[in-house]
Design a protein around this ligand. Sequence first.
Ligand code: SF4
Ligand code: SF4
Length: 455
Amino acid sequence: MSTFLIHTLIPGGREGPTLCYDNQTSLLTDSLTGQPVVKSFASEPANNHVFATSKDTPAKKNSPRVLKISLGLSCNYECEYCSQRFVPRAAETNPAEVQSFIDGLDEWVTLPPERIEFWGGEPLVYIKTLRPLAQLLRAKYPRAHFSVITNGSLLNADVNEWLDDMEFSVGISHDGPGQHVRGPDPLDDPEKRAAIMDLYQRLAPKGRVSFNAMLNRSNISRAAIQQFFTELTGDPEVMIAEGAFVDAYDPGGLALSLPSSEAHAFRRSSFQEIRQGKADRVSGVRDRVASFINSIRLQRLASSLAQKCGMDSTEAIAVDLRGNVLTCQNVSAQSTAPNGESHRIGHVSSLASVELRTATHWSKRDECPKCPVLHICKGACMFLEGPLWEASCNNAYSDALPIFASGIEFLTGLVPVFIEGDIPEARKDVFGLTHTNAKGEEVTRKPFPVPVVAA
Ligand code: SF4
Ligand code: SF4
């Protein structure tokens, strides 16, 4: 079943009409009349079907539009919920491997990539490898978009100038007011802070720098994160990337996951922040609200939805400098996925033999096809399984629900408060505003404490 009855309130507290939402067709209708409540702009190109990868039906890889190069997983910091923290390391790469990597590219990269991402660990730990690698790739693919995500602690004037000259976009991983929960804070060190601000001032006018922040149970306010970076930079247009709830890759991520007892409070505050415009610099909110609204306007079919990180795509490929093809940039050729398959899914010398057996597309999970926030979440991490996947799924559900509610309010003026459908009981009450009587029968709604504001 993929249709849900969405009980709504009109901001201010009155009960609104019940809507019907189909997560497979993205149709939003009035449950009484069956009529669509949003004008459709449906078009065919929005509904190309994606290939659903799994261990038994693995996706293949072609010449990449998105090329992710893993330099290695070493990092000078040890952050609490890093997805790479317990990943077995491959032998370190070194500058001597760069030339053979470049020399071999033409055999498997037949069209220039649109985007090349350079990944660590901390990529700037590998600066002696990164410099020649990026320079040779820039000469070979002058139009490719280059990007790197760094913790910012190894920046200096020289590195900053080079990143600028090479036309990198740079994401600086920092959780704002919650950085102390994540790990060390480079902003506490005057020299590191000055280097981060120098890079910001260089790249911000070119739209090529962001702060990349994640939410966790001890850092739940996007408004506080946005305020932190606005004050740090003095820039009301500061770009904050990511901004979603952490996945639980390991015990650290599990400990920072959202307990069910805190889910409703998080969803309420998150929804208020979004609709009051206090998280409007956070791309993980802005882009996902817009994308969800468009999914309804365009009647996007669920069958056209790729996995959230895009690494199930045949045109996105993660490799190390030895040519090993990996599930994604967060694993190594030495590591094994929870389903027992090696994260080394092949080698570039035989691209046709590469098979993504480590991952499960959302459509092959039990829960995702029946989930109302599917179009926002797109299935959490595709290789997690068991309790870590369940915790990540719970985080993702609470993360996506306020976005779901904001999108529906934007389109209809109605705020979803209760979802009826084939989902676990604990997932039905959106904001914790309903309760049952002593016999557990009757559902009543408390007044909805939301002032009328433009969404
Ligand atoms: S919230 Fe969970 S069930 Fe829903 S789409 Fe995301 S991972 Fe799947
Ligand atoms: S599979 Fe995707 S979501 Fe999971 S760790 Fe890799 S990039 Fe991240």
